[in-house]
Design a protein around this ligand. Structure first.
Ligand SMILES: Nc1ncnc2c1ncn2[C@@H]1O[C@H](COP(=O)(O)OP(=O)(O)OP(=O)(O)O)[C@@H](O)[C@H]1O
Length: 245
């Protein structure tokens, strides 16, 4: 992104002067206070909104090509209640053509990887919140997106389920070398997941913080000195030290 800006008509600018480079296969988290413009920036990245200043370019040939090479996971799972879990996962395929046996097999594999093999024939209302979030993740991955965009996908979950899903997400994305932009207001979540954390304030990215903690990450990461140090660095960039004072 180069000098990207966006203004809703009749309102002050929501995103201003954003420069953001995301390398192929990297995991970037975007943190910031409520209302600072994170979702709007993610929608710009997804092409759901178009910048009225600056530009966004994809160097990855797959993303430049036409077609759905981009996956999106929203804060609520947004599953279709009248479709079974397997059909929800296959929805992006069904919108294009009747799923082939190979695609159905792939959906089943994704569900199995996310611990949901036994739930393929269930309806969303028969699942817990965490299970529904996993289905939404499988649906976003079914077309093997080169870029995955997630907007606070685990915000409504309890702490343990959330940590499990963070590990699932990391594992699935590393395996596929998916490039990820993940919006959260949870600093620990951002540091645990990311290669880089972008800190946003009042429509601008005020700092990009590299997170060089070793991978694969796990329980030991969350209590390591490096992790605590990086969290403190992000807090400082968000001026949360002043709030605490
Ligand atoms: N359709 C709209 N029209 C006018 N203003 C909008 C519209 N959508 C969002 N805004 C404003 O843009 C600003 C940024 O909103 P955005 O949803 O991007 O913030 P956010 O950082 O994702 O917030 P949160 O963490 O609470 O989800 C807010 O002040 C919001 O009121």
């Amino acid at each position: 992104m180069r000098q990207v800006g966006y203004t809703f008509p009749g309102w002050p600018p929501v995103v201003q002067g954003v420069d953001w480079d995301v390398g192929e296969g990297e995991f970037h988290c975007l943190v910031g206070r409520s209302g600072c413009g994170k979702t709007t920036l993610l929608k710009l990245a997804a092409g759901l909104l178009h910048p009225d200043q600056g530009h966004i370019t994809f160097q990855d040939a797959e993303l430049r090509a036409p077609g759905p090479r981009l996956g999106f996971v929203f804060q609520s799972p947004t599953l279709l209640e009248w479709h079974r879990v397997l059909d929800n996962v296959l929805l992006p395929v069904s919108l294009q053509h009747r799923p082939t046996p190979a695609e159905t097999e792939r959906a089943q594999q994704l569900l199995a990887q996310l611990g949901l093999a036994a739930h393929a024939g269930h309806y969303p209302r028969q699942l817990s919140g965490g299970q529904q979030s996993r289905v939404a993740l499988a649906r976003a991955l079914i077309l093997e997106p080169a870029l995955l965009l997630l907007d606070e996908p685990f915000a409504a979950l309890d702490a343990i389920t959330r940590e499990e899903l963070q590990d699932d997400l990391l594992h699935m994305c590393r395996e596929r070398r998916t490039t990820v932009l993940f919006v959260t207001h949870d600093i620990a979540e951002a540091v645990y997941l990311a290669d880089r954390v972008a800190v946003m304030d009042a429509g601008r990215i005020v700092e990009h913080i590299g997170v060089d903690l070793p991978r694969p990450r796990g329980a030991a990461t969350r209590t390591s000195e490096g992790f605590v140090h990086r969290c403190a660095q992000v807090r400082l960039a968000m001026h949360m030290d002043m709030v605490a004072a």
